[in-house]
Design a protein around this ligand. Structure first.
Ligand code: UD1
Ligand code: UDP
Length: 368
């Protein structure tokens, strides 16, 4: 009998993590992977485009929950996912990352006594004002298998008393997707389409509530843009949350006056190319910190903390905080050629999904 595994995805960063696992499981013929999309993200540019570009089939199950407050969104996913689990009775539920879909589905599975595997377990920012930190802590505490992407994950789980037998250092599945698609990205014509020259622009992604949900924070970010844009063109594929807030606070005119090249959220291939050719990346995204590390592109993370310390310890990432003068100073250093050299973290080699499947083979043998 094939082992039935429900793979949960809901928001943009989940798709790049799920795709390699789905393919590796399907290739074995020992597993029946079922692709479930909660519908947390639903715009074409935040969802469908990734299924196409990552070569995944349409989801087998779509919950269509959409946006809402944390409680509304989490609860809606839980109610719908419970029905799915009762019907499908899988051997395992696999969740990735730290979004509300991760939290909701892991809780439902644990309560129905379906084993839960968490991919990207153990990451901690130690900042409980971040919704993702709550999702990480809860998900890890109820997961049966914890697949870890970097050494800090092993250490954090050990500190929390998670038994070693549940923890597997497999590497970073997001980098599996990068490795599989970088050749296609190299051929992308997105720079020409946007009229950009390599290494002449600063690529920005900002969407954390702590950066974009208050008018004063957004105004500060716009002053930072103004300073940077004197030296380097700012290209900003804007997240729907950030767009909504800029509009709500009446700040779109300022964005245009500064000359920011505001573009829609990009497809994965296009975004990889934009990252690879950027002079500087300014971000608060988790995934972008990891991808710039592998691409060895200078990255400034506009946050007070990161749950991905390996990108700082060995990678090209610098945690610059949110102080205006400090962010501008750090950006100017990079733009004047003072860049941090980086190394590739251990097991970020494009084979993490393969390692996960090898571990699952062993684990199912021991469970049978
Ligand atoms: C979510 C994740 C965050 C992740 C980010 C990746 C949680 C708690 N947050 O944040 O960890 O870094 O995704 O991108 O799970 N919206 C649209 N169209 C969409 C999706 C969202 O317009 O397809 C707008 C809606 O106004 C929505 C807002 O964006 O209210 C926020 O969406 P939500 O999924 O709640 O959180 P994100 O900020 O996207
Ligand atoms: N990404 C993308 N298009 C964009 C912005 C980001 O394809 O316009 C990709 C990026 O390469 C990475 C992932 O989306 O693979 C990161 O997602 P996001 O920043 O939304 O979430 P986070 O990682 O912060 O949770």
């Amino acid at each position: 009998m094939l082992k039935k595994i429900i793979l949960v995805a809901g928001a943009r960063p989940n798709f790049m993590k799920i795709a390699p696992i789905y393919k590796a499981l399907a290739a074995t013929k020992r597993y029946q992977p079922i692709l479930l999309h909660t519908g947390q993200h639903y715009d074409e540019k935040m969802s469908k485009i990734f299924f196409e570009e990552l070569g995944m089939p349409e989801p087998d199950i779509y919950l269509g929950v959409g946006s809402g407050s944390h409680a509304e969104q989490t609860a809606k996913i839980m109610v719908e996912f419970e029905k799915v689990l009762q019907k499908e009775v899988p051997d395992l539920v696999m969740v990735v990352g730290d979004v509300n879909s991760t939290l909701a589905c892991s809780i439902v599975a644990a309560k129905l006594l379906v084993p839960v595997a968490h991919v990207e377990a153990g990451l901690r920012s130690y900042d409980r004002t971040m919704p993702e930190e709550i999702n990480r802590i809860v998900t890890d505490s109820i997961s049966d298998l914890l697949f870890v992407s970097e050494p800090s994950g092993i250490y954090n789980l050990m500190k929390e008393g998670v038994p070693d037998e549940k923890v597997f250092f497999v590497g970073n599945v997001m980098i599996d997707s990068l490795a599989a698609h970088i050749h296609k990205a190299n051929e992308s014509k997105i720079l020409e389409q946007l009229n950009l020259k390599p290494k002449t622009y600063t690529l920005v992604t900002l969407h954390r509530p702590s950066n974009v949900d208050e008018k004063s924070s957004l105004e500060k970010i716009l002053r930072i843009f103004d300073a940077i844009s004197k030296k380097s063109k700012i290209v900003f594929p804007i997240h729907p949350r950030t767009k909504k807030m800029l509009e709500q606070f009446g700040l779109m005119e300022t964005v245009n006056r500064i000359g920011v090249q505001l573009i829609e959220p990009q497809g994965y291939i296009e975004f990889l190319k934009l990252m690879k050719e950027a002079q500087l990346v300014l971000t608060d995204s988790g995934g972008v910190q990891e991808e710039t590390t592998v691409l060895q592109v200078p990255c400034l993370t506009m946050r007070e903390n990161t749950e991905r310390p390996i990108t700082i310890e060995v990678g090209t990432n610098l945690l610059v905080g949110t102080d205006e003068a400090e962010v501008i100073d750090a950006a100017m250093k990079v733009l004047s050629g003072k860049v941090k050299k980086g190394l590739i973290p251990e097991k970020w080699d494009g084979r993490a999904a393969e390692r996960i499947v090898a571990q699952l083979d062993e684990i199912f043998k021991s469970w049978d």
